[in-house]
Every structure is written in structure tokens, then in C-alpha cells.
Ligand binder design. Structure first.
Ligand code: GMT
Length: 376
């Protein structure tokens, strides 16, 4: 198949999934054309069968907001014509699904199919805003195929947008082979020279991630056992969190690592992962942690319970339950037998349910299904 993939190039789960899907499909022999405003960070080097097309937006004094959606649609038309695309797969509805729809109309094509994958905030935060709602609803109704990354997101979309069509659930995935302990594991001793427990959190440091809770949970953990906290990512709350760490006199135990392209090496030295989000349609990073057999302490919100099994691969608690999250963290870190069983469960769950080897063929099958509508 010749597939156009539209995604955000920045650090974030939707861009990661789009990039890993592109690589997996390319390996299976499909021709992949990535269309974005920059090269997605996971696709920086050369990959056979993967072609990158950057969207440029002209600036003009009249534009307060340069019309990216229009430039993207135009680029999609060019790429679809030049390479004879069979379908365009838009990751994150806003504005990618609208651009794909417009491109199809501009091409006046019944052959080219469009598929949109809903990732989370494109429905729960951005799409829900009244400035986008009607457009997002229209795009969900008009895409030839729609997928959601969790059952939670599927249901929420059907209800909030009053949708009367199938939304296929294809869960996010991880390359379980790459995301496992290997001889390239990071030197844990670098972060924890005295054998301290390593606690980790990674996010875009937005308020929805509640990074302050991570720091407070960690503060309680380190009162009982020697521990280090690794914080990965960048975002609007970073300064606030740094301030909080200083106030709590934790600067020697907390390491801010900034944005990281590849999580494998860092995850390989973590003992516990904390994701106390207010909202999470899936929580890809929790899945990546589990692939290393790292138990997850998180919130029982959104799609997280589809990823983390409470009492088996981690503990999920109500939003803001810092005390209980710290208690559960300590329970795991202080009992080797319990920890080992969670470790085993977490890894097995990933292998059985979320390995890219099993999930990428689900997208391939869905593409075929949608393309067969051309012949019907
Ligand atoms: O807006 C964001 O938080 C970023 C967004 C993204 O593009 O990565 O995250 C969403 O999509 C991820 C990939 O499917 C999911 O793993 C995240 O749970 C989801 N974020 C939220 O629902 C808050």
C-alpha cells in the first residue's frame, strides 16, 4: 500500500505512535509518506520505504494565524498525486483530519481513503472546545475510517460528539523487543550510585499531568527509603516543579532530564513509574514502562485501566490521592516478592496485548477493510 501519515513531529504519544507505525509498515514493504511541519523526532535518520514531506506555511502580514491546515491539505494533494497514495492516515484530529478531508475533496477522488486516529486531547480538551467542536464532529463523521486508542476514548467520542458510526479501537503499542532489558541498559549507578531506588516520570509537563503530585509522592517515598527521581520532559509547568523541588529540599535527589528522543535507555534503570494524570486516554509512557517490567503508580482515569491492571501490574488510585500512592509505591519497593510478581505481570501483559508485532497488523487489516470499500 502507499500510505500518507499525518502527525505532529514533537515529543508526544501521538507522534511516537505515528512514527513507530510508519516504521513497522515500511518494514512490511508498504511505502510510507510522512507529512508534517518537521521531521518527527523518531524518524530523523534514513529508513527504507519512509519518505518525509515537510509542510511550509507562507507568512503574510494579513495573517494573525498562518493557515497551517490549508498548507497541509495542499501538501497532501501534491503528495497523493505525485506518489499515487491509497490512503491518508491522520493522527490527532485537530486539524489533521480536516486537512485530509479537504485534500480528498480537492483531488475529487473516490479512490483515496482517509482514516483518522483519535489520540485523546483532540477529543477531550481541544476537540471539545466550542471553537473546534462542530469541525471535529464533521471530520469524525466524514473520515472513511476512524480509530481510537482506547475503549474509553471510543465511548467518550461517541457520547460527547453524538456519533452514530463505528469507531474501531486499536490500542497503542510498543516494540516489546526494543523496550526490554538488553546489554545496552543505562548505567543505573550513574543516577543511583548508592543503590537507591529509581522512580521515574515522563510527560509534557502540562497541568493535566499533575507533575507536582509526582514530586509530593516522591518526597514521601524518600523519607522511608533512599531514592532518586528522574523527571523526563519539558513543558509549561517545569519551572514550577523545579521551584517545588527546591522548596522541599530535594534538589540532590531529583534529576531533570528534559526532552529525550528515546526512552529505552532511561527506562531500563527505573524501578517505579508514576503517572498521576487528571486525564489520560491511554498513557503510552506507562505502557513503555511496563514493557521493561516496571510497575506503574497512576490514576484510575480514562484509558489507564486498560493499560495498567490495578493490583497486578501497578496501582491505580483516585486523582490527587498522594498519600495512598506513596503507600502503594513503598509497598512495592519494599517487598521484593510482590515487586517481582508485578514485574512479571507487567512484561507479560505487554507481550500478550500491546506488542507492535501484534498491533501493527491490526492497522494493516483495517486499511484493507477501508480500501475494499472502493470496490464495493
Ligand atoms: O495532548 C497530549 O497530552 C498529547 C497527546 C499526544 O499527542 O501524545 O497525548 C494523547 O495521546 C497519547 C497517544 O495516543 C496517549 O497515550 C495519551 O494518553 C493522550 N493524552 C491524554 O489523553 C492527556
Amino acid at each position: 500500500m502507499k500510505i500518507g501519515i499525518v502527525c505532529y513531529p514533537t515529543h508526544g504519544g501521538s507522534g511516537v505512535i505515528a512514527s513507530e507505525l510508519a516504521l513497522g509498515l515500511a518494514k512490511s514493504g508498504h511505502e510510507i509518506h510522512i507529512v508534517s511541519y518537521a521531521t518527527p523526532f523518531r524518524l530523523g535518520s534514513f529508513h527504507q520505504n519512509v519518505f518525509i514531506h515537510e509542510v511550509e506555511v507562507a507568512s503574510y502580514p494579513l495573517f494573525k494565524y498562518p493557515p497551517y491546515a490549508l498548507a497541509l491539505a495542499t501538501k497532501l494533494v501534491e503528495v497523493a498525486r505525485e506518489y499515487g497514495l491509497d490512503l491518508i492516515h491522520a493522527h490527532y484530529a485537530v486539524p489533521h483530519a480536516a486537512s485530509a478531508y479537504l485534500a480528498k475533496k480537492m483531488l475529487r477522488s473516490h479512490q483515496l481513503k482517509t482514516i483518522t486516529t483519535l489520540h485523546g486531547t483532540d477529543i477531550t480538551l481541544v476537540g471539545n472546545d466550542k471553537s473546534f467542536y462542530q469541525a471535529v464532529k464533521f471530520n469524525i463523521e466524514e473520515s472513511d475510517g476512524i480509530t481510537a486508542v482506547s475503549h474509553y476514548l471510543q465511548q467518550r467520542t461517541l457520547q460527547e460528539f453524538n456519533i452514530d458510526r463505528e469507531i474501531r479501537v486499536i490500542h497503542n503499542f510498543v516494540d516489546a523487543l526494543r523496550y526490554s532489558h538488553t546489554s545496552n541498559d543505562c548505567a543505573k549507578g550513574h543516577f543511583a550510585p548508592q543503590g537507591e531506588k529509581v522512580v521515574m516520570h515522563a510527560s509534557n509537563f502540562r497541568s493535566v499531568k499533575r507533575v507536582e503530585d509526582v514530586v509530593q509522592i516522591f518526597a514521601k517515598i524518600q523519607e522511608r527509603i533512599p531514592a532518586k527521581l528522574l523527571l523526563v520532559g519539558e513543558g509549561p509547568d517545569r519551572m514550577l516543579i523545579q521551584q517545588r523541588v527546591t522548596e522541599l529540599k530535594l534538589s540532590d535527589q531529583v534529576v531533570f532530564l528534559g526532552e529525550q528522543d528515546y526512552m529505552e535507555e532511561l527506562l531500563s534503570c527505573a524501578d517505579l513509574f508514576i503517572l498521576p494524570s487528571e486525564q489520560e486516554s491511554f498513557g503510552l509512557v506507562a505502557l513503555e514502562a511496563q514493557s521493561f517490567g516496571i510497575p506503574v503508580i497512576g490514576t484510575n482515569v480514562g484509558g489507564l485501566p486498560e493499560v495498567v491492571i490495578h493490583g497486578e501490574t501497578g496501582f491505580l488510585l483516585p486523582i490527587g490521592e498522594i498519600e495512598e500512592m506513596a503507600t502503594k509505591s513503598l509497598e512495592l519497593l519494599e517487598s521484593p516478592d510482590l515487586y517481582a510478581s508485578f514485574q512479571k505481570n507487567a512484561r507479560e501483559r505487554v507481550l500478550h496485548c500491546f506488542d507492535s508485532q501484534k498491533m501493527i497488523p491490526q492497522y494493516e487489516a483495517y486499511y484493507q477493510e477501508i480500501l475494499e470499500q472502493r470496490l464495493a
